[in-house]
Design a protein around this ligand. Structure first.
Ligand code: GDP
Length: 471
């Protein structure tokens, strides 16, 4: 399945985070695992190799004559471990010094130090994980929002790989039918299959397009949408930022111009990850520091993918609001208009609402006064719903559905879809089947590329080097 040989040294690393903890785990993987364990681990009772694989064996961890610690060793047999190689995990006490001494003992017994992501890379090379599953393991470890963790966990369990593999199977079926019809035109072997070629090409094309379309949501959850909140001073930007973050981060005061610089953080809003900047209010200011803040806000606005423009229901549209509207109109980002302070007397008249309606397709009304609002989102639930609608229009469940989040995967799927569309057109115009076969072969190659088959060693190394050591 891969271009990479699996002729490896036996490697070891501490797989738990560096720091003090109850226990730490040193992982060993490779051909010489058993020999190394026999040297550095002395069990109480029967020799470890006489026990059943995966038994938890208590013993001493030694470096030559020195006893370093006591702990539990579990041996995994070749083919029945995370990496697919003979493997061992030694649990020792979780101090920084003791874990590095245990690792030293394992290395003294013959292991080499593992490089970042090496265990997961070996699992991929040995066919234990597909590329999307392996990447998902890394994502799961890095996840800082619930939706990111759910997406990664779903992919690590094979949601995406299973969909790709089902489409792959169908397309492969088309290929065999095509080549049978080309190689044995006089025989009837392929006729039934031949009739099926066109509908299956159409079905696979639709499936590939559907999968590629999940990228908008996948990326929105995985990488996050660069979002800017803007609006005139005192409109409720900091209140919104805090409501979305779920904790008090920005300073909320009723003195206009208190947010001088910008805050930036990640929030899970309606299942979508927003990397939100709470900017200084945009207005014509004579205060030098506030001016810098406003300039930075305008720069952030240019870089944003989503701009949340806030207006105040309890005040009429004024020249400061007009500046916000002008900035919004200039921005190429997606936009949402949030009309805040709906608990107060309505001062935005119909003409003002029409003006907002002309600029914004998406408008929500909220009241952010009450952090303990019944909607559980500090009054911002309507906004969360709108964001989910915009970025997850298919209502994907990122934990159970197949979702693409990687740009390279999306590009492979797009190329695959282009080729299938071409194959479909060629079939429609009655092109020779060998021509269609060549196009479908290209499409199958792209589909396989999307899940890591045939990708180059450089790319594999690049992916796994982003992991931490021990993973
Ligand atoms: P910013 O300057 O745009 O960041 O605005 P803040 O979030 O600091 O809010 C300005 C003032 O308006 C504060 O006193 C908030 O408590 C108040 N405020 C924010 N949202 C609402 C709302 O929905 N209703 C009411 N009545 N007051 C609000």
């Amino acid at each position: 399945m891969s271009v990479i040989s699996n002729n490896f040294d036996t490697v070891a690393a501490v797989s738990t985070p560096r720091g003090k903890g109850g226990i730490a785990v040193v992982r060993i993987s490779g051909e010489n695992t058993e020999k190394i364990v026999e040297k550095c681990f002395v069990p109480y009772g029967k020799p470890i190799l006489s026990r059943a694989p995966r038994s938890a064996v208590y013993g001493k961890i030694v470096n030559g004559d020195d006893i370093i610690d006591t702990g539990i060793c579990v041996l995994f047999a070749n083919g029945a471990s995370f990496t697919g190689e003979p493997m061992a995990e030694i649990s020792c006490h979780g101090g920084i010094l003791v874990t590095s001494r245990v690792l030293e003992a394992v290395i003294a017994a013959g292991a080499s130090a593992a490089s970042p992501g090496e265990f997961t890379k070996r699992a991929f090379i040995n066919g234990k994980l597909t590329l999307s599953e392996a990447e998902a393991v890394g994502k799961l470890i890095d996840a800082d929002t619930v939706s990111k963790a759910e997406l990664a966990s779903g992919a690590a369990r094979g949601n995406l790989s299973r969909s790709l593999s089902a489409l792959d199977g169908e397309l492969y079926g088309v290929m065999t039918a095509l080549w049978a019809a080309v190689d044995y035109p006089e025989e009837d072997v392929g006729s039934e299959g031949e009739d099926n070629i066109y509908p299956v090409v159409c079905r696979v094309l639709e499936g590939v397009r559907r999968l590629a379309d999940t990228y908008k949501t996948g990326r929105a959850v995985s990488d996050g949408i660069r979002t800017v909140i803007c609006g005139k001073p005192n409109v409720g930007k900091s209140s919104l930022y805090n409501a979305l973050m779920g904790e008090d981060r920005a300073i909320v005061t009723d003195v206009a111009g208190t947010t001088r610089d910008f805050l930036e953080d990640t929030a899970d809003v309606g299942g979508i990850t927003l990397v939100i900047t709470d900017t200084a209010g945009i207005r014509d200011s004579h205060d030098e520091i506030e001016k810098i803040g406003i300039e930075r806000a305008l720069t952030k606005l240019e870089e944003a993918e989503l701009v949340i423009c806030m207006f105040d229901m309890s005040r009429g549209l004024d020249s400061e609001d007009e500046e916000v509207l002008a900035a919004a109109e200039r921005s190429a980002a997606e936009k949402i208009c949030v009309i805040n302070k709906c608990d107060l007397e309505r001062k935005l008249d119909d003409a003002a609402l029409k003006r907002l309606g002309d600029v914004f397709e998406n408008i929500v009304e909220v009241s952010l006064k009450d952090r303990g609002a019944e909607d559980g989102k500090g009054g911002a639930a309507a906004l969360a719903e709108k964001i989910s609608e915009m970025y997850n229009s298919e209502k994907l469940n990122v934990n159970t559905d197949a979702v693409v989040w990687d740009a390279a995967q999306k590009a492979s799927l797009d190329r695959c879809a282009e080729m299938l569309a071409e194959a479909k057109r060629e079939l429609e115009r009655g092109a020779p089947l060998d021509v269609v076969g060549v196009i479908c072969e290209g499409a199958l190659g792209e589909m396989r590329m999307a899940d890591g088959a045939g990708v180059s060693e450089d790319i594999i190394d690049g992916i796994f080097s982003r992991f931490c050591v021990g993973k």
